[in-house]
Write a protein that binds this ligand. Sequence first.
Ligand code: NAD
Ligand code: UDP
Length: 325
Amino acid sequence: MQKVLITGAAGFLGSHLCDRFIKEGFHVIGMDNLITGTLKNIEHLFKLKHFEFYHHDVTKFVHVPGALDYILHFASPASPIDYLKIPIQTLKVGSLGTHNLLGLAKEKNARILIASTSEVYGDPLVHPQSEDYYGNVNAIGPRGVYDEAKRFQESITMAYHTYHGLETRIARIFNTYGPRMRLNDGRVVPAFIGQALRGEDLTIFGNGLQTRSFCYVDDLVEGIYRLLFSDYVYPINIGNPDEIRIKDFAEEIVKLTETNQKVIYKPLPVDDPLQRQPDIGKAKEILDWQPKTRRSEGMKLTLDYFRGFSEEELQKSEHRDFLKK
Ligand code: NAD
Ligand code: UDP
């Protein structure tokens, strides 16, 4: 039986990856320090013989006994509000954490896939973003702690490939959404849904003309799975090119939730990218992958998940924004 280590296992994407690898017949070791994740996301796996969980901070030396075939490094705060609150931990997990996991992969002769991000393109001057665009990142701005950690992560991963011959894969993940996002993680999907369900106005940052392209989690997981088992070592965009302005997205959520909430405008956070859309030509060609889930469908599934929260949980998770940190 093949063994895979998944870091960030108690988070949004990590928990879905654990499910997928269990389903595919792997022995899964989940690792997480629970800084932005929750055991609730994986509690259904604890009863399984082929799932283990290590409560561990990957910025400290990582030890896993026995053989290991694959590592998926997904540990890192991912919401701008989270990484603004814990900037040093964000820098450390992308740099020291990645170094530890590359070292472990080398020791075990395992293949490693790292979760990079569209944030390596910063506030992009090229649209849509293809992998050969070097990006426009402000290293010392509030997002710099995340963006530069991820850029370093890509760089050290390529160096381990080049100098040690390690089997590496790099996924540049664009905005992904779905069940198990934290209701108050501050990212726009749970933020808008939470506001609508609590009967609050939806807060649009800036004029709402900035765009994002949202990918449903099941599609993302499929893309990651295909990338891991491909032989492509360079960064590859995984995301859904269906682009939408944030103000139009807010209207979609109001309609979807049938809440009639108003939208209100708040200042745009510093360095908030104006536009973001993946060019997925490479993923299509190399992985024969493209997203299948339309936003209307994925958002319905996501809303169903958030409707499962009790009124008390909903009210407790007040909206977080950059102004009231
Ligand atoms: P998340 O916050 O839900 O999950 C991250 C998990 O990592 C959490 O469970 C957290 O506790 C854990 N973690 C953080 N630091 C750790 C450490 N030092 N040691 C061990 N565990 C640690 O976020 P997510 O959306 O699931 O993102 C997962 C990964 O995917 C991240 O690397 C993120 O940068 C990347 N990514 C996500 C998106 C997206 O839209 N969701 C987009 C681009 C990239
Ligand atoms: N956003 C917003 N209102 C919110 C939360 C986010 O208008 O309550 C905007 C945010 O400014 C950004 C977009 O939605 O332009 C996506 O934000 P998110 O935090 O989800 O991720 P990002 O793509 O910026 O990393």
